[in-house]
Structure formats: C-alpha cells, structure tokens
Design a protein around this ligand. Structure first.
Ligand SMILES: Cc1cc2nc3c(=O)[nH]c(=O)nc-3n(C[C@H](O)[C@H](O)[C@H](O)COP(=O)(O)O)c2cc1C
Length: 192
C-alpha cells in the first residue's frame, strides 16, 4: 500500500513561496512512491473553535457544519501531514490557526483521556513548512511551538521543518533554489 501524505496549505496566496515549498515536498513524496493530496485552508470554510467544551466528554468536535470534517476524516488515515504556513505576526496564519484550534478534540483524546492513537502501529509524521519575510532565524520560534503542539495533540511524530526566511529579499532566488532542493529531499525522507 502506498503511503498517504496530506499537505495543508495555510497561506492565502495559493501560489506563493509557502505553496511552492509545500508542492515540492509533496512532489518529493510522490516520487518516493506516496499518494499525495493538497488541501488549501484558505478555500475551505473552517470556523474558529467556540470553546463549547463538548469535546471534553467524547473527544469529538460538536461543530459539524463546516469543512473541518474533511480534515478530521484524513488525520487518522494518512501517514504524514505537511503543514505549511507563512509567518504572520510571529505565528502561523489565521487560516492555519483556526484549523489547529479545531483539533482541541484530539488534545482531549491524547492528554485528558490519555489515549494513544497509534499504539502498535507506525506513528504518522508531521513536517512543518514555513516562510517569513524577516531574515532573523528567531522569527520561526513561536510558530514552531504552535505546530509542535498541534502534531503532539494529533499524536504525530514531529519530523522536522523546511523553512525559508527573508522572503522580502529582492535577491532571494539562490536561497529559494536551495530551499526547494531541501523541500524535495524532505518529502522523500518523509516517506522513506
Ligand atoms: C499579515 C502579515 C503578517 C506578517 N508578519 C510577519 C512577521 O511577523 N514576521 C515576518 O518575518 N514576516 C511576516 N510577514 C511576511 C510573510 O511571512 C512573508 O511575506 C511570507 O513569505 C509569505 O508567504 P507566502 O509567500 O506564502 O505568501 C507577514 C505578512 C503578512 C501579510
């Protein structure tokens, strides 16, 4: 059975730098034999968590009226998720954060009910892809914490990062070429 890799694009620019890196990771995974799929969060209707606390009782989300069900359906099916977001105000984009907050039901399952989703089976992997305008490496730190918490909640192993900083640089080209190469390799390693 080919491995399944889900790419979640959190950038509102569907063909920007973050999308380019995500597509390249997915292409690397596809060439390594995986089935890949990209979902664009900006095109989906994903309501913010309303903290109704209903998931405290049964670890499922009570909100059934938006597109989040498409992501819930895939989280326990795929072998890896590549979460790709631009850095907005030092964190992930709001499209990405809304999706993450709606995974509170998995946090309840993992850390309140203490259930391990993948006992005895291969634990899926989570890769973080991000782009930032600033050249400062620390610009990724807050988002890294958010994304690590997301992958821990859904009980995925944090498998690393593909980062491209200083996208504001008019001379970005050679660094982007390098980042694209890193992205292709990361996709291959993810399924390897
Ligand atoms: C609303 C907004 C907030 C941003 N905040 C930051 C920031 O805090 N730090 C930073 O380095 N870049 C910031 N940027 C720049 C983006 O991270 C950068 O342009 C990135 O490459 C966008 O990714 P994209 O190519 O997928 O659109 C911000 C951009 C926008 C539109």
């Amino acid at each position: 059975m080919p491995k399944k890799v889900l790419g979640l694009l959190g950038s509102p620019r569907l063909q920007g730098n973050t999308a380019d890196l995500l597509d390249t990771v997915l292409e690397g995974a596809r060439l390594a034999g995986a089935e890949v799929e990209r979902l664009d969060l900006a095109k989906m209707s994903i309501d913010p968590c309303v903290e109704c606390r209903k998931c405290d009782a049964d670890a499922t989300c009570a909100v059934k009226t938006d597109d989040m069900h498409q992501i819930y359906a895939r989280i326990r099916q795929v072998d890896a998720i590549v979460l790709a977001s631009p850095i907005f105000f030092m964190s992930v984009s709001s499209q990405t954060k809304a999706m993450i907050d709606r995974c509170q039901c998995y946090w309840v399952e993992r850390f309140v009910m203490q259930k391990r989703a993948y006992e005895g089976r291969t634990r899926p992997k989570g890769l973080f892809v991000a782009c930032a305008g600033s050249p400062r490496p620390i610009v990724f730190d807050p988002a890294r914490h958010v994304v690590r918490a997301f992958f821990a909640a859904i009980d995925y192993e944090y498998a690393g990062e593909v980062l491209l900083g200083f996208t504001d640089d008019p001379e970005i080209s050679p660094r982007k070429v390098e980042a694209i190469e890193g992205a292709r390799l990361a996709g291959k390693v993810l399924v390897g």
